[in-house]
Ligand binder design. Structure first.
Ligand code: ACO
Length: 426
C-alpha cells in the first residue's frame, strides 16, 4: 500500500492516498474528501490545488527548471523550431521527418481565413486593442467551421487550422490598424517567416528576411509555448470542460492572458520602463515606490506564482536580446534601464525576502520592439506562442475518459435566510 495522509475531523480519522508524480512531486488526493467527510477544501486562487495530472510540461519553481514533454527548455530554444515544438507539445513526441512535413503541410494549407472575415476587421475602431480583435476572431472561426461544434470530430484538423490561422488574424489586425493593405500568407514560407511577411511586407516592395530575427521569433514563441496550469491554461481547461468547441475554449484563454498580471505584463513592462525614462526617475527611487504598498505600483515583469528563482525563460531572453543588439551593433536605452532596474531589485531585501525575480515578460518586450512589433501587439505574440500549449492541454483533457466538467465549490458567507420585504416597508 502506498503512502497515505491522515486527517482527523470531529474526532474521527480519515485516510487519503498520496499521489506521486513522475518527478517526485507529492499531492494528497482529496477527490473523495466531500463524500467521506462532508467537508470541502478552501484554497483561494488555487495556491495549493493540483487541478489535474498532466504529462505535458514539468516546472520546478525552486530550481528554475522547465521541460516540455521531458525536454529542457534550453535545448528546445537552441535546437528546435516553433512548429516542431508545437508538434512535440500536442502529440507528445518529437516528430520524425515525415510527421514534421505533414504537420507543416497542414499549417500551410490552413493559413488563410475566410474572405468574409476580413470585413470584421473594418468594424473595429482604430483604437481597438488587438487582443479584443484576436479573441473575437478566434471565437468567430466556430461560425465558419460548424463541424467544430462536435468537439470530438477532427480534433487534429481543428487545432492545426487554428494554429495556422491565429498568426494570419494577428497580422491582418496589425495591417488594418496602420491602414496598410493586408498581405496574404505564402505557401513557400516557414511559419515564422510567413508571420513576419504578413506583418511587415508591403505589395510595392521586395521583403527581405533577417535570419537572426526569424530565429529570435522562433525562440520567443518556443519559450512561451506552454507553462502548465497557469491562469489562461486553467481557463482553457475549465471552459473546455463543458465540451464547448475548441475555438470558444481558446478564445477564453486569450482573454485570460490579456490581463497585466499574466500575459499583458509584457506590454506593461515597456510602458513602465518608458515612464521611468520619461520621468527621469532613478531605478532606486522606482524600487522604493514599488515597495510602498499604498502606491499600488508593481515592478512589472517581476515575481511569479511558481518560480521562486530566476525564470529560465527570462535568462534565455536576456542573453538573446543582448546577442541580437550586439550583432546589429546597436544598443537600446530601454534594455540598459531594464538591466539597471533588475540589479536594483535583486539587491533589495524586499525582493530577496520574497524571492521575486524577472519573469518571461521582463525582457520579451525589448526584443519584440526590436523586431518592429508595436507595444499593443506584445500580448498577441504571447498568445500565438501559447496556443500549442493550450491545444495540448485541451486535447489531454478531452482524451481523458475520466475528465469531468470543472466546477469548484465555495464557502457561502452571505446572509442566512430572511424574508422578502415589500418596497413601501423598506
Ligand atoms: N512588484 C512588487 N511586489 C511584488 C511583485 C512585484 N512585481 N510581485 C509580488 N510582489 C509581492 C507582493 O506584494 C507580496 O508581498 P507581501 O507578502 O508583502 O504581501 C509578495 O510579493 C508575494 O506576491 P503575491 O502577489 O502573493 O504572489 P502571487 O503568486 O499571488 O502573484 C504575480 C504572482 C501575479 C505574477 C505577481 O508577482 C505580480 O503581480 N507580478 C507583476 C506582474 C507580472 O509580471 N505578471 C507576469 C507573470 S508571468 C506570466 O504570467 C506569463
Amino acid at each position: 500500500m502506498g503512502e497515505h495522509a491522515k486527517l482527523t475531523l470531529e474526532g474521527k480519522d480519515y485516510e487519503f492516498p498520496v499521489f506521486i508524480g513522475s518527478e517526485g512531486e507529492k499531492a494528497i488526493d482529496i477527490s473523495s474528501l466531500r463524500a467521506k467527510t462532508g467537508y470541502v477544501t478552501l484554497d483561494p486562487a488555487y495556491v495549493n490545488t493540483g487541478a489535474t495530472t498532466s504529462a505535458i510540461t514539468y516546472l520546478d519553481g525552486e530550481q528554475g527548471i522547465l521541460r516540455y514533454r521531458g525536454i529542457p527548455i534550453e535545448q528546445l530554444a537552441e535546437h528546435s523550431t516553433f512548429v516542431e515544438t508545437s508538434y512535440l507539445l500536442i502529440h507528445g513526441h518529437l516528430p520524425n521527418k515525415e510527421e514534421l512535413q505533414q504537420f507543416s503541410g497542414l499549417l500551410t494549407r490552413h493559413s488563410m481565413i475566410h474572405e468574409d472575415m476580413k470585413h470584421f476587421f473594418d468594424g473595429y475602431p482604430q483604437s481597438a486593442h488587438p487582443m479584443a480583435i484576436l479573441s473575437s476572431m478566434v471565437c468567430s472561426l466556430s461560425a465558419y467551421y460548424p463541424e467544430s461544434l462536435n468537439v470530438y470530430e477532427n480534433m487534429d484538423i481543428q487545432s492545426t487550422r487554428l494554429l495556422s490561422k491565429l498568426r494570419t488574424i494577428a497580422a491582418f489586425s496589425f495591417k488594418k490598424s496602420i491602414g496598410q493593405p493586408i498581405m496574404y500568407p505564402q505557401d513557400r514560407l516557414s511559419y515564422c517567416e510567413n508571420f513576419l511577411q504578413m506583418m511587415f511586407a508591403v505589395p510595392s516592395r521586395d521583403f527581405e528576411f533577417d535570419p537572426d530575427i526569424v530565429r529570435a521569433l522562433n525562440i520567443l514563441l518556443i519559450l512561451h509555448a506552454d507553462h502548465e496550469q497557469n491562469c489562461s491554461t486553467s481557463t482553457v481547461r475549465l471552459v473546455g470542460s463543458s465540451q464547448t468547441n475548441l475555438y470558444a475554449a481558446m478564445s477564453s484563454g486569450i482573454l485570460a492572458l490579456w490581463g497585466p498580471l499574466h500575459g499583458g505584463a509584457n506590454q506593461a513592462v515597456i510602458e513602465m520602463l518608458e515612464e521611468i525614462q520619461r520621468s527621469g526617475m532613478k531605478c532606486s527611487e522606482f524600487v522604493e515606490k514599488v515597495k510602498d504598498k499604498d502606491s499600488k505600483i508593481k515592478l512589472m515583469g517581476f515575481g511569479h506564482r511558481v518560480y521562486k528563482t530566476y525564470d529560465p525563460r527570462a535568462k534565455i531572453l536576456k542573453e538573446m536580446t543582448d546577442l541580437i543588439l550586439s550583432k546589429k551593433g546597436k544598443s537600446d536605452p530601454l534594455l540598459d534601464l531594464a538591466k539597471e532596474l533588475e540589479e536594483a531589485a535583486l539587491t533589495d531585501p524586499y525582493f530577496i525576502e520574497r524571492n521575486l525575480y524577472p519573469n518571461v515578460d521582463f525582457y520579451s518586450g525589448i526584443l519584440y520592439k526590436e523586431m518592429g512589433i508595436p507595444i499593443n501587439m506584445f500580448t498577441v505574440m504571447f498568445a500565438i506562442g501559447r496556443l500549442p500549449g493550450w491545444i495540448a492541454q485541451w486535447k489531454e483533457m478531452m482524451d481523458d475518459p475520466n475528465s469531468k466538467i470543472g466546477r469548484p465549490r465555495q464557502i457561502y458567507t452571505g446572509a442566512t435566510e430572511r424574508e422578502y420585504v415589500a418596497m413601501d416597508k423598506r
